[in-house]
Design a protein around this ligand. Structure first.
Ligand SMILES: [Zn+2]
Ligand SMILES: [Zn+2]
Length: 568
């Protein structure tokens, strides 16, 4: 199995387990493993498996499942589990108000297996009569059912990239010589709705015939150089452009887009006397860089092509090479899989200069959130561990919960002992706009809150961003010196590049956080987070992950100091 297939299988397993109401910890572990595999920068095989397995020493059931899927391509345990529940039923959890318990009622009492079944049950007003749902619950589902269709069409960059790697293997098996991703995925857009691929093929007729036999389950359209299909039950439309070898670079440049950039290149090409080939790209040989040079331009990285004019006026973008650390990391003290030791050694091996431990706190009981006492115990362990890691500084913080009234779930006396505090919202996403705005502003005004975590609360394909007055919230962050997080977890990517772009000229600093719950997930900071800020054209001196340790500590302590001064 490829990473894509493994991750998709595990994600389904997690949903089935939650439907069955098994112990929460097991579900979380599977979900974390699924997300980790999807976001890995390398494909898992017998050999590379070891790089993940060595962090699963204390999780024998996860280790076994992963090994079965990677080495044997199947797991009997999983097959039995998945047979029980129709996948279309599990999809309904995208609707706010439909959780595991409601799903069970829908399935067992009303025989609902998909969205159409749910619609008909709602039409008949049957749900309000169920004690556990009631009139109120039915209203919430009715109000939100339309979100299902919107969220269903949203795929995170991470999912799209892992699907691409999977599809690439298939295309090469069918004789494709060269396969590259284009379109919004290549531009690293956080949410994508299709996969554009450029493909060099020697014998297009044979290629199309073979491919059709392998991937077409629902839809396969081949028209000239274009092929469009769906893969398995995955709903991302895949669009292939078949091109001859000599014009691969030109086709890739054109189909990476965005449209206004491609149109600009075409008109520029015309000025230079170049013709356009029928699918739309310029009749120029060479790779992208050479073609841009021929048109009198310098190379523009795909992720900034939406803002290419501004990019050309800049002095450089944030680079992965300058990332020195990560402050948003969970361990097995709360709901993470890895121990503090494992996280720190992984970060050290990545070449980081510092790593911040930030576990969940007490309001989040379901994820084993820490109260003040356990937090101080973890702090002691972190401080002790430091002597074993002279190469990397371990900072100790927490991801505290912002309550509905904007207060935090940890006492000030404990917050004072932390090197930094990330404050995030973890429930009550659908409160009134004004209430949530006030709630967030109150948290920002807390002198101990250094960073606001996953500020909009969105989950790609699952939950829209919270309805708040972001203008006021970011203004308050700027005024108080509160850092805004760019959360790099596969399904969050929050804030996104558009929000970061709007903020780039304000006096606001950004912190990219992997929000890793398993050591190998630390990779997501560079894989996804850095690209959000590159797309936003945020300069490196606004990103605290690039600061050296002293500078970072100064910045993290600045807000507290200014509050103390005001109170003197
Ligand atoms: Zn969080
Ligand atoms: Zn977190």
């Amino acid at each position: 199995m490829t990473n894509f297939e493994i991750s998709r299988t595990l994600s389904r397993v997690a949903k089935v387990l939650s439907f069955k109401g098994v112990e929460r910890k097991r579900i979380t572990d599977i979900k974390i493993l699924s997300m980790t595999v999807e976001g890995l920068p390398f494909e898992l095989n017998r050999k590379s498996l070891e790089r993940v397995e060595k962090y699963l020493l204390n999780k024998s059931y996860l280790k076994k499942i992963l090994r079965d899927l990677v080495v044997y391509g199947k797991s009997e345990e999983i097959e039995i589990l998945l047979r029980d529940v129709p996948p279309s039923l599990l999809e309904l959890t995208r609707i706010p108000g439909v959780g595991g318990r409601t799903l069970k009622i829908l399935y067992e009492r009303f025989g609902v297996v998909d969205i159409y079944g749910l619609e008909s049950v709602l039409k008949d007003g049957l749900l309000s009569r169920v004690k556990e749902i009631g009139l109120n619950g039915e209203e919430i589902i009715k109000k939100n059912i339309n979100k299902y269709f919107k969220l269903k069409r949203e795929f995170s960059l991470s999912t799209a990239e892992s699907l691409f790697r999977h599809i690439k293997g298939i295309l090469i098996n069918h004789g494709a010589k060269r396969v590259e991703i284009a379109g919004s995925v290549r531009r690293k857009k956080e949410i994508v709705s299709n996969l554009n691929i450029v493909c060099e093929v020697e014998n297009p007729t044979r290629f199309k015939k073979n491919l059709k036999g392998d991937v077409s389950t629902i839809k396969f359209i081949a028209k000239g150089d274009h092929i469009e299909f769906l893969y398995g039950d995955c709903e991302i439309p895949i669009k292939l452009l078949v091109v001859p070898k000599d014009y691969f670079g030109s086709a890739l440049l054109f189909f990476t887009g965005p449209r206004n950039f491609s149109n600009y290149l075409i008109s520029k090409g015309k000025d230079y006397g170049y013709k356009t080939l029928p699918p739309g790209y310029l009749w120029i040989r060479g790779d992208e860089k050479e073609i841009l040079n021929i048109l009198g331009m310098r190379y523009i990285p795909p992720e900034v092509r939406e803002r290419w004019k501004e990019y050309l006026d800049m002095n450089g973008l944030l680079s992965n090479l300058n990332i020195k650390g990560d402050l948003h990391v969970h361990t097995n003290y709360s709901d993470g899989i890895s121990s503090i030791y494992e996280v720190v050694s992984f970060a050290r091996d990545m070449g980081y200069k510092y790593i911040g431990i930030s576990d969940h706190t007490k309001d989040l009981k379901v994820v084993n959130g820490l109260n003040e006492k356990r937090l101080m115990k973890e702090r002691l362990e972190v401080r002790k561990l430091q002597s074993k890691f002279p190469e990397i500084k371990i900072l100790f913080g927490a991801e505290v919960n912002i309550r509905q009234d904007g207060s935090l779930d940890i006492e000030e006396s404990a917050l004072r002992e932390l090197d930094f505090v990330i404050a995030s919202i973890h429930y009550g996403f659908y409160l009134d706009r004004e209430i949530n705005t006030k709630r967030m502003i109150k948290a920002i005004r807390n002198p101990y809150v250094s960073i606001i975590g996953h500020p909009t609360g969105r989950k790609i394909g699952e939950r829209e961003r919270m309805n708040m007055r972001y203008d006021l919230i970011f203004k308050e962050a700027e005024r108080t010196g509160t850092i805004i997080e760019v959360n790099a977890t596969n399904d969050r990517l929050d804030i996104d590049s558009n929000m970061a772009y709007d903020l780039r000229n304000r006096e606001v600093l950004f912190s990219i956080g992997s929000d890793a719950h398993f050591a190998p997930q630390l990779h997501s900071l560079s894989n996804f987070g850095v690209f959000i800020l590159r797309r936003a054209l945020v300069s490196e001196n606004k990103v605290i992950n690039t600061f050296n340790l002293n500078h970072l500590l100064e910045v993290l302590g600045r807000k507290r100091r200014s509050f103390n001064k005001d109170n003197d």
